[in-house]
Design a protein around this ligand. Structure first.
Ligand code: PHE
Length: 351
């Protein structure tokens, strides 16, 4: 075996794998040095000693060379890895789209904030409602013609699904289950649960069995308002709606009321708002003074639940308005179906 050649081989080993193979070749169990050391015993004693020393020197030299080369190779590998993994912080990053609120959410947020400033609380109610809260308690018994204008989707509720009343009670015996046709049912629910005076607005989704076209959708949003207390008058209603008009359309915004009929208000009105920018009236919703029948129905319900009657002699007003309608009029949106088709090119215009 030629030591110098072996050392040179080791010094030039291109990879750790090559190096390992050389180590086995010389120093492994069957390696050349190991074998030579094993066969020392066959030599005559004087030669044995000399040869033994020589082999040990070789062994040490080989071990040192192997170690040195291994260190070098490991360092080279690390350097290569560091170079490979450098990060160019000057490269442009990826843009993460921030998203935005839906047009309906934006308008609802605006409306709700206006009423918050007037001291109203915001409450929400169930979308699957009992016939009693959606119709009967609002002075719309089964035979009432006003029901025809709000025909809806009836829901076949089967256990374990139940309808809950405002006090947490099960109310499956209060007529069928409907997808609510308006948010007005929350007037009843809230009154049963609370003692006046109070001011609330109720944003929410409502459903009607409609033939869908550019101005009709089977699902849309309403904002309901309800104020109850002693000595509330129609002037308070007009004041609040007027304030809303100013909030939405600026200093010159104002409201107009025209008599109309809803079973749950008396007198009843539809209201429009003056849009100074366009110089026209926008029909926005219905309103009126809470019908005494509602107070009686609420007190009756409360009495059945063991609660005191607190609505005798009370007064109040309510309104309900279409949320998409406001957006349609304000932005000149040609088709109500655009709202929930979720085409981004439409929605992005309103972020
Ligand atoms: N609930 C009525 C509707 O959906 C609107 C309304 C609410 C009218 C409150 C008067 C008072 O058409």
């Amino acid at each position: 075996m030629d030591l110098n050649q072996a050392l040179e081989q080791i010094g030039k080993a291109p990879t750790l794998e090559h190096l390992q193979a050389l180590k086995v070749q010389y120093l492994g169990k069957n390696g050349q040095i190991t074998q030579a050391l094993k066969s020392l015993g066959q030599l005559p004693p004087e030669a044995r000693r000399e040869r033994g020393q020589e082999l040990n020197t070789w062994k040490k030299a080989l071990e040192e060379a192997l170690q040195t080369r291994e260190k070098e190779l490991r360092q080279e590998a690390l350097k290569a890895q560091l170079e490979r993994e450098t990060l160019d912080v000057s490269l442009p990053g990826y843009a993460f789209p921030a998203g935005g609120l839906h047009l309906t959410s934006l308008i609802l947020g605006e409306l709700v904030n206006l009423f918050r400033r007037l001291g109203f609380s915001v409450v929400e109610g169930p979308e699957v409602e009992s016939e009693f809260f959606n119709f009967d308690a609002l002075n719309m018994p089964e035979w009432h013609p006003a029901r025809d204008m709000q025909d809806t989707f009836w829901v076949d509720l089967k256990p374990p699904f139940t309808l809950q009343g405002p006090l947490g009670e099960t109310v499956n015996d209060l007529g069928g289950a409907v997808l609510r046709t308006h948010t007005s049912g929350m007037q009843i629910r809230y009154m049963i649960q609370h003692t006046p005076p109070f001011r609330i607005v109720v944003p929410g989704r409502v459903f009607r069995y409609e033939q869908t076209d550019a101005s009709h959708e089977a699902m849309f949003y309403q904002l309901e308002g309800l104020v109850v207390g002693p000595n509330i008058t129609m002037a308070d209603l007009k004041g609040a709606i007027h304030e809303l008009a100013r909030g939405l359309f600026g200093k010159e915004g104002k409201a107009r009321f025209q008599p109309t009929y809803f079973p749950f208000v008396e007198p009843g009105a539809q209201f429009a708002m003056w849009w100074p920018e366009r110089g026209k009236w926008l029909e926005l919703g219905g309103a009126g003074m809470v019908h005494p029948y509602l107070f009686r129905a609420v007190d009756d319900y409360r009495a059945r639940q063991g609660l005191p009657r607190v609505y005798e002699g009370m007064t109040g007003w309510a309104f309900g308005m279409g949320v998409e309608r406001l957006a349609i009029l304000r932005y000149g949106i040609p088709d109500i179906r655009y709202f929930y088709q979720n085409r981004l090119s439409f929605l992005r215009q309103f972020r």
